[in-house]
Design a protein around this ligand. Sequence first.
Ligand SMILES: [Zn+2]
Length: 136
Amino acid sequence: MHEWALAEGIISTAIKVAKKENLKKIAKIKVTLGELQQIDTEIFNFALKELTKPQSPLLNKTKIELKPEKAVLGCRVCGHKWAFSEEIEKLSEKDSESIHFIPDIAHTYLRCPKCKSPDFEIIKGRGVWIDSIEGV
Ligand SMILES: [Zn+2]
């Protein structure tokens, strides 16, 4: 249901933007998906398609483009930044699965590759948002 709620959020935001910009039709919505966002892209895609079925001329034949965003972590101690996927490859399959399931436990498994501090933050790769809306 998570996917449906997110898809509804995307569509209602797109409609608001379109109305504000006086668009008659939304041709394309580009959506960015964070790597650490727990999303089943198949369900998400399906939900978006269902929600853009011609309920209004605005959403008739709207194309949805999903763009994944790589997760980037940043160390709070030394300021080093690194790609989440590089670190995850070094972990066992079980550990990397748990991180994808609950990103917050990344701190249990990951350390800054430079200073070994567990005190880091997720700079990129969380959340779902609209990248751009194209319309006429
Ligand atoms: Zn560090």
